[in-house]
Design a protein around this ligand. Structure first.
Ligand SMILES: [Cu+2]
Length: 192
């Protein structure tokens, strides 16, 4: 059942991303098909919960209870846990800007010795293309416009990671500003 939903739904999701950033190369760590399906299924269930059935409080589908709710305001992530447990973690990412803009929360691995500041510096120096310098963990979960949110399900081994946003929208409505990572939209976290 979820496999069918994956086939129907995932391609249009990826196409939408490709249209937004045609040059972007997806370079994600290969996770098991089961995890990939679980991620898609989790987002799918969340989407269903957000778009309908609001009167059904006793749904048998099982509501998602995130381990943490992270939100973005003023091009900064807020409430990013300093440490997350290894294993499967569910995070709700919400765009709570006061102006219309698109954000994302892409998990990347930080190589030994690298910090969020390095991600910021590379984004300043190389622009959106700097995204491909970092190993994407768990893939590209898509974007959230102001007022919207999405669920990310991660299965991470111990290590150092960061969330970052390479979207290029500006507060005044432009589309080709610096990647938000260059404005400091990067947050480190540790998995132990
Ligand atoms: Cu952003």
């Amino acid at each position: 059942m979820w496999l069918a939903a994956d086939r129907l739904w995932a391609p249009s999701w990826r196409e939408a991303r490709d249209e937004g950033k045609g040059f972007r190369m997806t370079r994600s760590v290969s996770v098991g098909a089961g995890v990939r399906v679980a991620v898609v299924a989790a987002v799918f269930v969340f989407a269903l919960a957000m778009t309908g059935c609001s009167s059904s409080s006793s749904s048998s589908g099982g509501a998602i209870t995130p381990n943490a709710t992270i939100y973005v305001q003023n091009f900064q992530y807020h409430n990013v846990p300093a440490t997350l447990p290894s294993g499967i973690v569910t995070l709700l990412f919400q765009n709570q800007e006061t102006f219309p803009i698109t954000h994302e929360m892409i998990p990347i691995q930080l190589p030994t010795g690298k910090t969020a500041q390095d991600v910021i510096n590379e984004a300043k120096a190389k622009g959106p293309a700097s995204e491909d310098e970092w190993l994407h963990i768990g893939g590209d979960f898509g974007t959230a416009d102001t007022g919207a949110g999405l669920v990310e399900v991660l299965n991470l081994p111990p290590g150092n990671y960061a969330f970052a946003c390479w979207q290029t929208g500006t507060q005044s409505g432009g589309t080709n500003g610096p990647p938000h990572a260059a404005k400091g939209m990067v947050a480190e976290f540790t998995v132990s």
